[in-house]
Design a protein. Structure first.
Lengths: 278, 209
């Protein structure tokens, strides 16, 4: 599979001690990649480093796609709000060679975005959809979106995820998007990159995660029976223990009486961050 | 880059109501006060409007977004300078048109007036050029205060040096400056704008958003 972005040994340090890295990452083309992690984990830093908004001292980022072919939605970063929706079309004609006004207005129509409005007057959901329409209207090959669904209601969120799925129908198209709403990814993402405290904890195919990872909810007594190398992390609650395992099949063979629940990305994230590591 | 220039010009349209109120005020002042020197009013408004684009850009984190476009950082800075100059040319043309309009009703030395406008606009552009690198360095809020202080110091320093060199006592030179202010000022402005652009570019290339 072709690689859209290859990141090698990337390190980005801030004055306040937060550091991203070292990051080694390969973003394949033709799929949806979800970047998950807590607020402040480094998702935005990674995206901004990829886009050249931040400078990094160490490492390299190789882009196999021209900037002209990237569509971008950033978190809280867009046109000045006094501008009108139609102004975006006029401006972007002078920014992207491939800008397609007709396509832009089609998206506005599809997304029910009023044309005769200032950006300021749009609701949060409308504004986000406008940002996505703007990112799509020059027919990009790669979409990079930072928290495109945060702060939106479930209806708008599912609309946006549908837009992503439509975009990805073209097999050359790639989407990289960050979110802390992990349930969004369970519906659409092919690959999950889990980033925590500036480091990559997990970089895996979604189905592989859902097939292999699981949660064992058991009593303290049962928990003590488990070998430490059979699980990754655990969390003791008031009445039970939640144990994260990454080898569901073997565990169910070895401990026949234990029930292994399906994992959600949310459980995975919480247990990997908050749980006690084995 | 054309798109980025357009953005600042469309911004003026976005706040056009405010600009129109100012213009109305301008007309009232012109007709109420006979012989009032209004040359500097529109250029000053344009200066303030262009300056305020920085605050709006900052408020909406425009720069991070713009950097992700297929444009170079230096082009973002260049677009900002060009939009300021284009807006100032617009102010010049409108002021001249108003002037010609008035000259139909009143007898006035129109050539001298146009020379004054040229000098006024050049001085405003010099002021803005001296301030912009500070705005790029410190952001529009802090940068505004720092740049005004910096501007004051620069003007005081230049004045001090010139007086030490007895430039003001040189009657021949002073007469030359007075006679050709409308040529000297724009030439000086162009030099300062170019130097300022390179300083801002240097700062912007290293900045993170």
């Amino acid at each position: 599979m072709n690689k859209t972005i290859v990141i090698k040994n990337l390190v980005k340090r801030y004055d306040d001690n937060f550091a991203l890295g070292e990051i080694n990452l390969e973003i394949p083309s033709g799929i949806i990649i979800g970047l998950i992690g807590e607020n402040g984990a480094g998702k935005t830093t990674l995206i901004k480093s990829i886009l050249g908004i931040l400078h990094y001292k160490k490492g390299e980022i190789a882009m196999n796609v021209l900037k002209e072919d990237i569509g971008i939605v950033l978190d809280n970063s867009f046109f000045p709000e006094v501008l009108w929706v139609v102004d975006i079309d006029k401006i972007m004609q002078g920014v992207y060679k491939n800008w397609d006004s007709k396509l832009f207005y089609n998206y506005l129509k599809d997304f029910n975005i009023p044309i005769n409005s200032t950006i300021k007057k749009l609701s949060t959901g409308m504004k986000k959809k406008l940002e996505i329409a703007t990112a799509l209207a020059h027919q990009p090959k790669l979409l990079i979106l930072d928290e495109p669904t945060s702060g939106l209601d479930p209806v708008v969120r599912s609309e946006i995820l549908d837009i992503f799925l439509k975009f990805i129908e073209d097999e050359e198209h790639t989407i990289l998007f960050s979110t802390h709403i992990t349930s969004d990814l369970e519906h659409v993402a092919d690959q999950i990159i889990f980033i925590n405290d500036g480091k990559i904890l997990l970089d895996m195919n979604r189905d592989e995660i859902l097939d292999n990872y699981g949660i064992v909810k058991c009593s303290n007594k049962d928990f003590e029976r488990l070998d430490t190398h059979d699980y990754i992390a655990y969390r003791k609650n008031k009445y039970n223990v939640e144990v994260l395992v990454n080898n569901k099949k073997n565990i169910s063979k070895k401990y026949k009486d234990l029930v292994i629940d399906k994992i959600t990305l949310e459980d995975l994230m919480i247990l990997m961050i908050k749980g006690v590591k084995a | 880059m054309i798109g980025l220039i357009k953005k600042d010009l469309l911004f003026v349209k976005g706040i056009s109501r405010l600009v129109l109120i100012f213009l109305l005020f301008l007309f009232i002042v012109i007709f109420a006060q006979d012989g009032f020197n209004f040359y500097y009013i529109l250029p000053c408004i344009v200066f303030l409007v262009h300056f305020s684009t920085f605050s709006y850009d900052e408020f909406n984190n425009w720069d991070a977004y713009a950097i992700s476009f297929p444009v170079k950082r230096k082009d973002i800075v260049k677009a900002k300078y060009l939009s300021g100059i284009i807006m100032m040319l617009f102010a010049f043309l409108v002021t001249v048109v108003i002037l010609i309009g008035i000259s139909i009703f009143k007898d006035m030395p129109i050539v001298d007036a146009i020379k004054s406008i040229v000098t006024t606009i050049s001085i405003i552009l010099v002021f803005e050029s001296l301030m912009l690198p500070f705005i790029y360095k410190f952001g529009s809020e802090k940068g505004r205060i720092i740049s005004i202080v910096g501007l004051f110091l620069v003007v005081a320093l230049v004045g001090f040096i010139l007086s030490k060199l007895n430039v003001f006592d040189n009657i021949g030179l002073m007469k030359f400056v007075m006679d050709f202010h409308y040529i000297i000022a724009p030439i000086g402005a162009i030099i300062i704008i170019v130097v300022s652009y390179f300083a801002s570019r240097f700062i912007y290339e290293r900045k993170e958003f």
